[in-house]
Structures are given as C-alpha cells and as structure tokens.
Design a protein around this ligand. Structure first.
Ligand SMILES: Nc1ncnc2c1ncn2[C@@H]1O[C@H](COP(=O)(O)OP(=O)(O)OP(=O)(O)O)[C@@H](O)[C@H]1O
Ligand SMILES: [Mg+2]
Length: 255
C-alpha cells in the first residue's frame, strides 16, 4: 500500500508549490515512483510540476455519461465500469518518476461530488500500485469532510506567516479529530517566513497542541519562477525553500 501525503491549509499558503517539491523529494530521496493527485478543481499542480494535462476525471465522467445516454455501443462490449476503469487509467498522465491524475472540473451541469467520489475511489485503487501518493487539495476544509482519500499517512497543513493562517490550521486540526479521519501524522509547516514572525507563530501553534515541523523561508526564486511561468518543480537544488522543505521531509520519518 502507498504512503499517502495530503495537504491542507488556507488559500494561497503554498500547498501546491510544496506538494510539487514533495513529489520531487520522493523521487530524489526515496524510492519513488509517485502518483501525484490534483484534487483541486481549480487545478494547477500540473503547472507546478511542469507538465501538460490532456485529460481530467471531471471531463472523463461527462464523456462516459454521454456514452451511456447516447446508447452508443462500447468498444469490445465492455461494461460501463470496465470502460470507466480503462478511461481513468488512460487519463493518468505519465512523466519521469511520477504520474499525475487530475480531478479537473466537471463539464456542463455536472456535480463536483461525483468527480470527487471518483478521485477517491481511484486514489484508493491506484494506491495499491504506487509506493507514494501525494494529494494536492483545494484551500479550506471542504475536502476534509468530503474525504479525498480514505487514508492519509501524513497530513501537511500549510500556513502563511499570519495569525489567520495559524488559526485556519487549528480549525483543520480540530476537524480531523471531529471527523475521525484516518490520518497518521499531522504537522504544520509555516511558509513564506521572512523574520521573527515565524517563531512567534510557531509558539502560538504549539500552544494549540499542533506540532510545527518547520518554517520555510520566503524564497525570491519561487517568486521569480512564478512570474516567468516556470515550474517550481525545477527550482535549483540550492534554493532556500527547497532545501528547507527537504530537511523538514527528512525529519518526518517517511518510510
Ligand atoms: N516559500 C515561498 N516563497 C515565495 N513565494 C512562495 C513561496 N511559497 C509559495 N509561494 C508563492 O505563493 C503563491 C501561492 O502558492 P501556491 O499556489 O503553492 O499556494 P496554494 O496554497 O496551493 O494556493 P491555493 O489555495 O490557491 O491552491 C504562488 O504565487 C507561489 O509562487
Ligand atoms: Mg493550490
């Protein structure tokens, strides 16, 4: 079974950037291969990873439904379920060291819950074939109650260096308990730290009983890559944020 790493946190705190760097870490420092899952309907994990998306689960569902509605015969007389399995497998984008599955947006009057249900089902299913799964989630807490996956070994809660970010982390932490989610380890990472505010916020979070795994510095290289439209996945190895994220991941006992 895969070791599953999930992300949560307030909007714009760096979940997607850190998820992309976590994929790279697992490839460079662990056994890989990795299944990256973009469970945010407003997705951009692929951009952070530097790959193009040709298929999403949201789109695929509509296509399958259209096949059923039209009564068209299916290739090789497959059952709907078999066809769908096949299509999901086809929609997994292969790259060097990792594959990517993208939830995307349901087309037309589709429902997000359905796409989400499918993502969960196939994340669970595909977890059997990858040693690592990294799931980038949307901002906020909705996805926790919708349960993007059944089991998460490591939940990385990402905050920006603000009280609001830490309070959101506290709410997320509480919700994990409340919903009795199957989360092994959960830690907070405070991102974009520029000065002493990091330590102040760390104490505050620890006062809430949240373990702070580390403080990631504001990194002008990330800012620059963002501006130039370059994938954060290809940051130079000596970039400050990357080095810190690697050190944090080293400390978390990932098998
Ligand atoms: N350590 C850092 N230093 C500088 N810029 C950063 C850092 N981490 C993230 N950023 C920038 O912050 C912005 C938000 O990052 P990102 O998209 O990863 O956040 P997110 O939490 O996934 O956002 P959303 O909630 O919208 O999904 C991006 O422009 C990114 O380049
Ligand atoms: Mg994001």
């Amino acid at each position: 079974m895969a070791y599953v790493i999930g992300f949560a946190g307030k909007g714009g705190t760096g979940k997607t950037s850190i998820a992309a760097l976590t994929v790279r870490y697992l490839i460079e420092r662990r056994r890989g291969p990795v299944l990256a899952v973009d469970a945010d309907s407003n997705s951009c994990l692929n951009e952070a990873l530097g790959i193009e998306v040709h298929a999403t689960i949201g789109k695929l569902r509509e296509e399958s439904l259209a096949t059923v509605r039209s009564g068209e015969s299916r290739p090789g007389g497959m059952s709907m379920e078999q066809l769908f399995d096949y299509q999901v497998q086809q929609s997994v984008i292969e790259s060097k060291g990792f594959d990517l599955m993208v939830m995307g947006r349901p087309e037309g009057p589709g429902c997000y819950c359905a796409a989400n249900h499918i993502i969960r089902k196939y994340t669970d299913k595909l977890s059997e074939t990858y040693p690592y799964v990294v799931i980038d989630n949307e901002a906020g807490m909705e996805h926790l109650s919708r349960r993007t996956t059944h089991k998460v070994n490591l939940l990385l809660i990402i905050s920006d260096p603000t009280v609001k970010g830490v309070l959101t982390a506290k709410r997320i932490d509480g919700l994990v308990d409340e919903l009795v989610l199957d989360v092994g380890q959960r830690v907070l990472i405070i991102n974009r730290v520029t000065g002493i505010e990091g330590e102040v916020l760390k104490s505050q979070a620890e006062g809430f009983g949240i373990h702070v795994a580390g403080l990631v510095p504001q990194d002008d290289r990330i800012f620059e890559y963002d501006l130039k439209g370059l994938p954060v996945f290809t940051l130079p190895s000596d970039s400050a944020a990357l080095a810190t994220i690697y050190r944090i991941l080293d400390s978390l006992g990932i098998p």
